[in-house]
Ligand binder design. Sequence first.
Ligand code: KG4
Ligand code: ZN
Length: 342
Amino acid sequence: MPYFCIVEKQICILAIESSCDETSASVCINGEILSNHIAGQTVHERYGGVVPELASRAHMQNIVPVVHTALATAKCSMQDIDAVAFTQAPGLIGSLLVGAQFAKSMALALDKPLIAVHHMQAHVLANLIPEERPEFPFLCLTVSGGHTQIVVAHSPLRLEVIGETIDDAAGEAFDKTAKLLGLPYPGGPLVDKYAKEGNPEKFKFAEPQIPELNFSFSGLKTSVLYFLQAQTKEHPDFIKENLVDLCASVQHTIIRILLKKVKKAVQQTGIRQICIAGGVSANSGLRAQLQEAGRKHGWKTFIPPFQYCTDNAGMIAITAYYKYLAGQFADMEVSPSARSEW
Ligand code: KG4
Ligand code: ZN
């Protein structure tokens, strides 16, 4: 009798992320991330924000070495790749074009399928990378530099946005208030650092009353601006002398606004598995307070490791893996889009 040995197919995906100012490549085999290499761009520091033209040029310089490093770290060769994935939207169009064109060229040269990934979906699915994963359906608070959303994840490929910001994103709230405090861009990580030493109750800032599960952060920036203008008029050194308390108070306000809506989303949906995602999910205060809220309200909380919070290709790879399993491939005419429609 013949003996059939069934060898399970290994699905090896190379993923590229280039939506903003991080050039990243990742290799994933059967949903396990083997490498996640990220090259940041320091060229923007002196401009106080990302300069799109410079970001595209830096992606051009970075992309080949970043892909090589990701393959080498994963101990994979180009011949091992079964599909090439890239971030299609949203983002800076010039930055997206570099990743898209590189991915298309590789897919063509290797004669392998191409997978187009939505950046915001990928942030949510970063929660499926660690071994301890949420069960479906779960809620995800996605907080990045351009977006603030509450999403119901019904399955890896069926996500429903049930709340979002009507103006600034949470990351912008961090970055814009940081700028008012004289901190360099991006201010979020620095506010986080200083907030650890400050008193979060020292200064009170207005919290918006926005209906349903939506958010607003533009009022907070204005409230901080007027407060600082009034204080520095009397005491020119006010910011310097109160920096850590100002950071702690602003951060505390942002986290309160976010967690209030998460609580409301839990009440509305009955879903008690809560994830966070996006750059702001790297914030130590948000991570700690989400866990505390989980203990208090009986939620099961999931927080991605730091390297999968800010922009990274690992999250593109895990999303592409589920798209591969579902046969969702892109054709070669696909083009990137700056807009964020799903
Ligand atoms: O997800 P991300 O890397 O890029 C976008 O898709 O936008 O998010 C970037 C945002 C920036 O606004 C940055 O200041 C913020 O995430 N961020 C943080 C922290 N680390 C990054 N905000 C607060 N605390 C942090 N530790
Ligand atoms: Zn992002």
